[in-house]
Design a protein around this ligand. Structure first.
Ligand code: ZN
Length: 151
């Protein structure tokens, strides 16, 4: 379980919140002056940051108010929560994250199953699906462990 600190209600379970996309994406001053390419850039192109990203969140099952947050996309950790309309706060120093902690374990697991040399036929789809679901369960367990560190 991930706790998100609503600025109005305090820490609450993540299921009470709705993600609102990247923050600080300015609405075009004159939308009718944009061509299709510029309009699509405004609508669909986002930073997709690996690291600290400014995001909009709504406490949809609580006070229903919106707020901004700086969240590290590598660790899910919320670094800062601040009101809508405020400028993005500067973080004093970037959080120090070990290189191996930044990569989810499931990618390592996928890399090892690709080069299988156990002689099984390629038509082993059912076994592959079972392997994938087992990897997802392991990843979820690992995530729960990480969140305990942040509590
Ligand atoms: Zn709230």
């Amino acid at each position: 379980m991930l706790l998100i600190d609503c600025p109005h209600c305090g820490p609450r379970n993540e299921v009470e919140f709705r993600y609102g996309g990247e923050a600080h994406v300015p609405y075009p001053e004159d939308p009718s002056a944009l061509d299709d390419r510029e309009w699509s850039r405004y609508l669909f192109y986002r930073a997709n940051t690996k690291g600290v990203l400014a995001e909009r969140w709504q406490h949809s099952a609580g006070c229903r108010k919106w707020f901004n947050a700086l969240r590290d996309t590598r660790t899910y950790r919320f670094e800062r929560i601040y009101p809508m309309g405020s400028p993005r706060p500067d973080l004093p120093t970037p959080p120090d994250i070990p290189a191996d902690a930044a990569e989810p374990d499931r990618f390592a697991a996928a890399a090892t199953t690709e080069g299988r040399t156990d002689g099984r036929a390629d038509g082993d789809a059912a076994l592959t699906a079972t392997d994938s679901s087992a990897a997802v369960g392991t990843d979820a367990d690992a995530r729960t462990g990480n969140e305990d560190d942040h509590a």
